[in-house]
Design a protein around this ligand. Structure first.
Ligand SMILES: [Fe+2]
Length: 432
């Protein structure tokens, strides 16, 4: 086996992460469809994302949330508390936990604190224009520990850094695009996280009931070694077990939003302009004989009004694109610290947050709209257009250079003001 140290190649987007598989093949064959296991053939290419030293220092940072999961062969903890039956850990307990033999330590939301994982997370989100909030976490599993059979409500990429972990996964999602996590209970019945067992029947929705039999003999088995990657679409059954040494892995989770959320946000924006949609009727005589008939008739009438409203809608009236662009640019991300930009400060278009831009052509010229973390910045004055174009090309630069990018070059004071506004909006970040 080739055990040469990892080449220091940056992995900042999905295409690089899944190499040699192409993005087109990934989307066509795996995304939302079936799991992918991509062996690294001994090339430890994920060491640039995380290694033991960085894991240990992240573990001890006060702003990192550490959780512990204890091995539970009977799944009882998970049955009672859901698969996320993790215990939040105080920092003075970490050394004690590190010494325990049957624990998995999880560090979550690392895209908020770690620049390398922030860039990968933002790069994955941007390359897919994924509308949900993408997250990254790290897992340190003691030998022999693992999780019982479950599926998650989101797609996930796992990158093995150290040690080995065996995965058993279903060939297809048990449910396409679930909105809840699900654990296989002691009698192999599906238990949804967020539903108490007793409440399950009351709360069950149609799609939850379609999980069907889970035949574990049909699961695929593979052992993740350093440099290996696997991808599971949301709803894929899986169970894990670390081998006889500690396993360190990093993952990227993609919790998806639904089309319903897009349309409901866009409709809400429009409907709340009308007073009848800004309140809910009251029913003071509910306890009389015809009380419920009144409720039913009122809502039927309102629904008929809603159907009429939808039928008369001009699709241009609802700004789906801008609602969607807000979603695609929103990220729970690493923030820029407050700063004063000096002439020699090295800057670049942000990579730790997904930045999108659109160019519109008018009779008077161009207009460039930049979206960063749900914020919109419009460049419409002609003198700003060459500045915006140079910035969006993405090359690192020294702050003082930017003054020359305007059609009328700007002095340092004005350039500094513009750059600090872009810094505060998260459009640019330090290039160091
Ligand atoms: Fe999982």
């Amino acid at each position: 086996m080739n055990t040469t140290p990892a080449p220091n190649r940056l992995i900042e987007n999905l295409a690089t992460l899944i190499e040699p598989l192409t993005l087109d093949r990934f989307i066509g064959e795996y995304w939302g469809r079936r799991p992918l296991y991509l062996p690294g053939n001994g090339e430890q290419r994920f060491n640039s994302l995380l290694d033991r030293t960085r894991f240990e220092s992240l573990l001890r940072r006060e702003d990192v949330i550490v959780k512990a999961t204890f091995n539970d062969y009977g799944n009882m903890g998970a049955v009672q508390g859901g698969i996320n039956n993790e215990i939040p850990i105080k920092h003075d307990q970490i050394d004690c936990l590190r010494a325990m033999t049957s624990v998995t330590l999880t560090l979550s939301s690392l895209q908020n604190v770690d620049p390398i994982l922030a860039k990968l997370t933002a790069g994955v989100k941007k390359q897919l224009a994924f509308s949900g909030l993408v997250e990254s976490s790290a897992w340190l599993s003691k030998p022999g520990t693992g999780l019982p059979v479950h599926f998650d409500e989101c797609a996930v990429f796992m990158m093995q850094i150290e040690g080995k972990k065996t995965w058993r996964v279903s060939k297809r999602p048990a449910v396409n695009w679930p909105t809840l996590q699900c654990l296989l209970g002691p009698d192999r019945e599906p238990l949804y996280h967020g539903f108490l067992q007793g409440d399950f029947e009351l709360n069950a929705e149609d799609w939850l009931m379609n999980v069907g039999e889970t035949d574990e003999s049909q699961f695929i088995t593979f052992t993740m070694e350093p440099g290996d990657l696997c991808f599971l679409p949301a709803g894929t059954w899986h169970t894990t077990k670390a081998a006889d040494e500690e396993s360190l892995a990093v993952n990227i989770r993609l919790p998806h939003l639904t089309l319903w959320e897009l349309f409901s946000r866009a409709l809400k924006k429009d409907l709340l302009n009308r007073e009848e949609w800004r309140h809910m009727p009251v029913f003071p005589y509910l306890n009389t004989k015809h009380g419920f008939d009144e409720v039913l008739n009122t809502f039927r009438r309102q629904f008929a009004g809603f159907q009429e409203y939808v039928a008369g809608l001009d699709p241009n009236q609802l700004d789906f694109t801008s609602v969607w662009m807000d979603m695609a640019s929103e990220m729970d991300a690493l923030q820029n610290p407050p700063t004063t930009i000096e002439p020699d400060t090295r800057l670049q278009l942000a990579k730790s947050r997904p930045i999108y831009h659109m160019t519109k052509h008018h009779l008077e010229g161009e207009e460039i709209t930049v979206l960063a973390n749900g914020k919109t910045i419009d460049f419409f004055e002609p003198e700003f257009i060459p500045f915006a174009k140079t910035l969006l090309a993405g090359q690192p630069f020294s702050a003082h250079q930017a003054g020359a990018w305007f059609s009328e070059p700007k002095d340092w004071e004005e350039t500094q003001g513009i750059l600090e506004t872009l810094w505060d909006a998260g459009v640019i970040e330090s290039a160091d």
